[in-house]
Design a binder for this molecule. Structure first.
Ligand SMILES: NC(=O)c1ccc[n+]([C@@H]2O[C@H](COP(=O)([O-])OP(=O)(O)OC[C@H]3O[C@@H](n4cnc5c(N)ncnc54)[C@H](O)[C@@H]3O)[C@@H](O)[C@H]2O)c1
Ligand SMILES: [Fe+2]
Length: 382
């Protein structure tokens, strides 16, 4: 089967990338921006780094900030109403996955109003029209939502997060500027960075992985393993490495899908508001062990990319263990909890396991899990 690859039309990388926002807006003839950014980013003047540039060039904009982490259907619907009133003709998404995903859903519903219930966008969304043009400015080095064709929304009523996959939502321009990420505190840098590592490892080992996505994901593992500790210490080198590393895997996993680390993590986000990266980081090594026999030699590559030496001469058992141990060590070094004891309530395990079975990322997992397998995986972490 042929492989489909979808990437941004344009992207800017490195310090000062945001300086090109105003020029791009003018070139494209945009008149007014609908700036989507969450309340904390506004409070800590992260959003201002971009709106100051718009002010300087006299470019019109309006801010929408009714966005919470693990954004909800309501956040999207009130955003759609605000966009309609605004008279804006493009969106500037400034934030982590939550702001960018909310922007994607708003942009999609504006041009495809038959999906205004939001829920009907779950899975492969059958939309007809490209969304409102989005300029995406990530402020975390994690989700890479600026280059993916996915977004994730929380259904509070049904206590679940759902993934929407739609080439029509991809931002037209991404401005990936490590300076937008430097205000992240240590814990957030660590968890969002581990989300990126999860994308790279799940993407590299997923059923639909191919030579093109492998290239992005493997290089991303190497960069993230090399850069995350430095980024947590806020070094310029660490921030640069993470900004590009998370983007590389974004180009990879967006085109090949993920696996059950994400399926299991989505339930924790919906039920307990667990930060997405924390949930992934805790679950990742356990699922790597579960999948090990189905991915074979690929774990040798993962171990090598994680910086393990002598992988060429290792036995199968050795390189599998080396890959998992390297991930555990990185996770521990950046302060991620070891298990789900403080997060998951035993009475929720059945619900969480079923949610993971129903999740859009589950079919891509290299091993086909049964409900009982996922339940076992949860229980082993408690
Ligand atoms: N679209 C995709 O392909 C994709 C992939 C993975 C995850 N996701 C989704 O993205 C969401 C998670 O996004 P996230 O991990 O980027 O975090 P987030 O957007 O939820 O932000 C978390 C918190 O960090 C703060 N923050 C963000 N950047 C900051 C900065 N530079 N300085 C200080 N504080 C900052 C925010 O204000 C917020 O309070 C989840 O809903 C997840 O399911 C989407
Ligand atoms: Fe993720």
């Amino acid at each position: 089967m042929a492989n489909r690859i979808i990437l941004n039309e344009t992207s800017y990388h490195g310090q000062g990338a945001i300086l090109s926002i105003t020029e791009e807006a003018k070139l494209r003839g945009f008149k007014k921006a609908f700036v989507c950014s969450d309340p904390d980013l506004i409070k800590f003047n992260v959003t201002k780094k971009v709106t100051d540039l718009l002010d300087k060039e006299g470019l019109e904009y309006e801010i929408y900030s009714d966005i919470k982490a693990n954004p909800t259907i309501e956040n999207v619907q009130s955003g759609v109403a605000a966009f309609k009133k605004s008279g804006a003709d493009y969106i500037i998404a400034i934030g982590g996955g939550s702001s960018m995903d909310t922007s994607k859903a708003i942009g999609i519903i504006i041009t495809n109003p038959e999906f205004e219930d939001v829920r009907s966008l779950e899975g492969l969304s059958p939309t007809k029209n490209p969304c409102v043009p989005i300029f995406a400015v990530p402020t975390t080095a994690g989700t890479a939502a600026e280059v993916t064709i996915n977004y994730v929304i929380t259904d509070v009523e049904k206590k679940r997060k759902f993934v929407c996959v739609d080439p029509h939502d991809i931002p037209v321009v991404a401005f990936v500027d490590p300076d937008m990420m430097s205000s992240m505190p240590k814990g957030l840098t660590a968890s969002t960075g581990m989300d990126a590592l999860t994308h790279a490892i799940e993407g590299y080992t997923t059923k639909s992985a191919n030579i093109i996505t492998d290239m992005f994901n493997l290089k991303a593992i190497e960069l993230i393993a090399k850069s995350l500790r430095g980024a947590v210490e806020n070094t310029a080198e660490g921030r640069e490495g993470m900004a590009i590393g998370q983007y590389l895997t974004g180009m990879g996993f967006s085109n090949c899908g993920l696996g059950i680390v994400h399926s299991m993590a989505h339930g924790l986000g919906a039920l307990y508001d667990t930060p997405h990266g924390v949930a992934n980081a805790i679950i990742l090594p356990t699922v790597m062990e579960y999948n090990a026999d189905a991915v074979g030699e690929k774990l040798r590559d993962v171990a090598k990319a994680m910086g393990v030496e002598g992988t060429e001469n290792m036995s199968e058992a050795e390189y599998k263990k080396a890959a998992v141990d390297a991930v555990k060590k990185l996770s521990e070094d950046v302060g991620i909890p070891k298990d789900l004891k403080e997060i998951v309530k035993p009475e929720d395990v059945d619900f969480l396991s079923q949610s993971a079975m129903d999740d859009a990322c589950r079919p891509g997992n290299p091993r086909d899990p049964k409900f009982e397998d996922i339940k076992e995986l949860f229980l082993s972490l408690m």
